[in-house]
Design a protein around this ligand. Structure first.
Ligand code: NAD
Length: 497
């Protein structure tokens, strides 16, 4: 019998009463590894209500005690780093090394959450008027929720609930229905770290369960990471219910290759950044913009990409794993076919890829297109597969104009030996995360994850100080303590005196 994924409500792992269940599969062979319930309305209500009741006591727990919970949690996550990575590999197909990176980047956010007290300090000004002081208090919002995608089953839930909970909120997590097992393990370890019952709830399902969260008056803030149309829907629906929303969406990340860049560095970084994790990263480089004579390297790039082969998570020679589902693979193959039909030159075609002994996996080989133009669907759409498209321009100015015209703004990078070119690029490019000779510039958690334009809907970003602001409210107090009974007479203005 396949494993039935439980819900986590009120600190208990409980079996759902749902009559609607979804299959969780191993993308390397499409075997069913678990069944996942779509939580009933009653279960959704219980989770939210319990989170609300718990908030009333959790918000009163001392900030240093909340920080200590995060210290214990990061310690346990480190202890279980490798087995978490193994579980994560099974449901995503990620290679061991990549799965470990997914877990590690999440642990780094938990480390940041241990520093919660410093990030919740308000401001004080003494004597804003005679004997009057003003100061601000940073207070939690209440019940927050998170809706996460399939491609980082550890890192992205850990972007959300540790900081929200450390700030004094309670949290309802709805992980991706395609990869719920890692999220459940994260919840188990959180409980083992001593998290009080009810501070974290985990519910499962798809759109109906998300809609329940978005419409519920008790939910104060919504963190979302996923595809563009769903991010737009979440932002519009959540804000129309007067909630605070941060919605991180899809991307088309460009790397600019200047002719003065180190060729070997360009090639090795470009291969890893484009086909690593089968291209299923929101910060993957999916477009290479060759400036001037650097286009002469495209042939060698195809040769380097061809050396990378996909394979099973525990195959040390595998460069990356399968795509998450048959549907995801079919979509990428259709886009590759469209690229060919629209006139791009397919320098390397991975659409017929097979992996020995694993005939049922969702495999795709590295794929490279040159001669791509901005009207082609392989340029316009996020492919989310191991596919790199190459464009050619004559100058840096043209490259900047091209990228600024693209609707997305998650990440970008420039490879160059020229500091002035790099500075011009970082200043003029309208993308929220810029790498200079760094292909995937994901900021560490003392900064924030700052995607722009069509890749982000909201104001305050994930992790770092911005996330603490997102999960809290600022209260400003203006205080006077009378020193004796000095008659002042009525103050008829709004001026402080
Ligand atoms: P997805 O949008 O299909 O699903 C994300 C979440 O939304 C899941 O929990 C899913 O259950 C829920 N969902 C799906 N359809 C919904 C609907 N109609 N209404 C309400 N909820 C719905 O995304 P995915 O395929 O799981 O993840 C891949 C996408 O995520 C890519 O586009 C990738 O670029 C993006 N992503 C972005 C970032 C970022 O930081 N910008 C990070 C990781 C992934």
């Amino acid at each position: 019998m396949t494993q039935l994924v439980p819900l986590f409500i009120g600190g208990e792992f409980c079996q759902s009463n749902s009559d609607e269940w979804l299959e969780v599969t191993n993308p390397a062979n499409n075997a069913v590894i678990a069944e996942l319930p779509c939580a009933t309305n009653d279960e959704m209500e219980r989770a939210i209500q319990n989170a609300h009741d718990t908030f009333l006591t959790w918000k009163e727990v001392a900030v240093s005690e909340r920080a200590r919970l995060m210290l214990r949690y990061q310690h346990l996550l480190k202890e279980h780093h490798d087995d978490l990575a193994e579980l994560l590999s099974k449901e995503t197909g990620k290679t061991t090394v990549d799965a470990k990176g997914d877990v590690w980047r999440g642990i780094e956010v938990v480390e940041q959450a241990t520093n919660i007290a410093s990030n919740m300090m308000g401001e004080t000004v003494e004597n804003v008027a005679t004997d009057i002081d003003s100061y601000s208090l940073i207070q939690p919002l209440g019940v927050c929720c998170g809706i996460t995608p399939f491609n980082f089953p550890a890192m992205i839930p850990l972007w959300m609930f540790p900081l929200a909970i450390a700030a004094g909120n309670t949290f309802v997590l709805k992980p991706s229905e395609q990869v719920p097992l890692t999220a459940m393990r994260l919840a188990e370890l959180f409980e083992q770290a001593g998290a009080p019952k009810g501070v974290l709830q985990v519910v499962h399902g798809g759109k109906p369960q998300v809609d329940y969260l978005l419409a519920h008056p008790t939910i104060k803030a919504v963190s979302f990471v996923g595809s563009v149309p769903v991010a737009q829907y979440i932002y519009q629906t959540g804000t129309s219910h007067n909630k605070r929303v941060q919605a991180f969406a899809g991307a088309k990340n460009h790397m600019v290759i200047m002719p003065d860049a180190n060729k070997n560095q360009v090639l090795s970084n470009l291969v890893g950044a484009s086909v690593g994790a089968a291209g299923q990263r929101c910060m993957a480089i999916s477009v290479a913009v060759f400036v001037g004579s650097s286009k002469e390297w495209i042939g060698e790039l195809a040769g380097e990409m061809a050396k990378v082969t996909p394979g099973a998570w525990n195959d040390d020679n595998a460069g990356y794993g399968p795509l998450i589902s048959k549907q995801a693979k079919a979509r990428v193959v259709a886009l590759i076919d469209e690229g060919k039909a629209q006139g791009a030159k397919c320098e390397l075609d991975g659409s017929q890829c097979e992996v020995d002994g694993m005939p049922d996996g969702n495999w795709l080989g590295p794929t490279l297109f040159s001669g791509v133009t901005t009207d082609m669907s392989i340029y316009q759409q996020e492919i989310f597969g191991p596919v790199l498209v190459c464009l050619e321009v004559e100058t840096l100015e043209e490259a900047i104009a091209l990228i600024n015209k693209n609707p997305y703004g998650n990440g970008t990078s420039i490879f160059t030996a020229n500091g002035a070119a790099a500075r011009k690029y970082q200043h003029e490019i309208q993308v929220g995360q810029v790498g200079i000779n760094v292909p995937i510039p994901v900021p560490l958690p003392f900064f924030s994850f700052t995607g722009w334009r069509g890749s982000f809907y909201g104001d305050l970003h994930a992790y770092g100080k911005q996330a603490v602001r997102f999960y809290t409210e600022t209260k400003t107090v203006t205080a006077r303590w009378f020193d004796g009974d000095i008659p002042t007479g009525p103050n008829m203005t709004i001026q402080l005196r």
